[in-house]
Design a binder for this molecule. Structure first.
Ligand SMILES: CC(C)(COP(=O)(O)OP(=O)(O)OC[C@H]1O[C@@H](n2cnc3c(N)ncnc32)[C@H](O)[C@@H]1OP(=O)(O)O)[C@@H](O)C(=O)NCCC(=O)NCCS
Length: 356
């Protein structure tokens, strides 16, 4: 049957008469999209390595040497993933000069919103006045901000939304076992947000991304929610805290993310020399340094090292690091920044953007 005719087939019934019908309408947005503004929320409570070592057999020196982390921030019990997102989102909207009413979609990248459903994004949209924007969460571990940014750029360029609010947020202190020697010193809390909108020139280069589900279990929650069903003794099932096989994650990140970064630079039509900033997921300072050297970044490229006082904030780490670099003058508006996200899944995504 032709595309412009209505009918039935294979049902055995009589075929209704063919009738002409119009071709479906389509929509196209502006040719280019850009990050228009960035916002951040950081906890006021600073947690030192010494405090972390009250619960695990470790030392300040070991944590600094192996991860580069000197301190991290933990949100208090009353502050939710939604509160954190609203603070970061409001700052991003103000920085972009965009009214919440012209946001057509809100994407929240997170693994620590403590409700299976509904998504955090609908409440974030409501509290910011971005209604009735489409709103949803995505789960791609520490790579999720770069995934959400790719979605946002395509939504704008496709004409589905004029402006998109992208939030990367995680409150990992809720899902960290403070007595687990392989994670307690690493994870932290924070939120970063950007507004993506139309642009006259290319400002979000093509995203390169992928996944490796054969390694799904190297970073995961210890238990599934189903294991908690019907259990009356809380001690009988472990809280679904994050666990990881640190060395496997480390080796994968160092081995696989440098080629990904190089592909993202090539997809942007650039060479490492053309970059102004490198903003990888803040997983471990040693991973950041090894990636920078494998990609062959020249000295003039500013490297995000927000992890030193922020820890690993999963989906929040890239926008938080971007916010700090711009606020502290390590990178300038208009510069080319390479973003690389990688983590649970295993999932990964990278793109070059023009800094807002
Ligand atoms: C977690 C991580 C810091 C551990 O560092 P590592 O060098 O791989 O540590 P290992 O597990 O190989 O252990 C090395 C030694 O340190 C010891 N050690 C492990 N954890 C320790 C801790 N918290 N404090 C002190 N010593 C510790 C081990 O017992 C071992 O001692 P040994 O050599 O005497 O046997 C590192 O693997 C890492 O950062 N991985 C990536 C994690 C990550 O980025 N996750 C998020 C991805 S999004």
């Amino acid at each position: 049957m032709s595309a412009d005719a209505v009918g039935t087939s294979g049902t055995g019934g009589a075929t209704p008469p063919r009738r002409e019908r119009p071709t479906l309408a389509t929509r196209r947005g502006p040719e280019h999209a850009r990050i228009m503004g960035v916002g951040a929320w950081r906890p006021t409570r600073v947690v030192t390595n010494a405090e972390v070592c009250e619960h695990i057999d470790s030392t300040d020196e070991w944590i600094r040497q192996r991860t580069g982390i000197e301190s991290r921030g933990w949100a208090d019990a009353e502050t939710s993933v939604i509160d954190m997102s609203v603070h970061a989102g409001a700052e991003a909207l103000a920085a972009a000069g965009v009214d919440a009413s012209s946001i057509g979609a809100v994407i929240v990248a997170t693994v620590s919103h403590p409700y299976q459903t509904p998504a955090a994004a609908t409440q974030v949209a409501d509290r910011l006045g971005a209604t009735p924007a489409a709103a949803w969460d995505i789960s791609a571990g520490c790579a999720a901000f770069c995934h959400a940014l790719a979605q946002a750029a395509d939504l704008v360029r496709g004409g589905t939304a004029e402006h998109v609010l992208v939030v990367g947020v995680d409150k990992l202190s809720d899902f960290t076992d403070l007595t687990d020697r392989s994670t307690a010193f690493l994870f932290a809390d924070g939120a970063g947000a950007v507004v993506v909108g139309p642009s006259d020139t290319p400002a979000i280069a093509p995203t390169v991304w992928g996944s490796d589900g054969s390694m799904w279990d190297v970073i995961k929650t210890r238990t599934s929610w189903l294991e908690h069903r019907g259990v009356t003794d809380p001690a009988a099932v472990e809280w679904p805290a994050l666990q990881q096989e640190g060395q496997k994650v480390f080796r994968w990140a160092v081995f696989a993310m440098a080629p990904l970064a190089l592909r993202a630079i090539e997809a942007a039509g650039l060479t490492p020399d053309d970059l102004d900033a490198f903003i990888p997921h803040q997983a471990n300072m040693r991973i950041i340094d090894k990636l920078a050297s494998q990609v062959g970044l020249p000295d003039h490229v500013a490297i995000a090292r927000d992890i030193r006082t922020t820890g690993n904030t999963s989906a929040a780490s890239v926008p938080l690091a971007m916010h700090r670099m711009l606020a502290e003058g390590q990178a300038a508006s208009g510069g080319y920044a390479l973003l690389v996200g990688f983590g649970a899944g295993l999932s990964y995504a990278a793109q070059v953007v023009v800094l807002p």
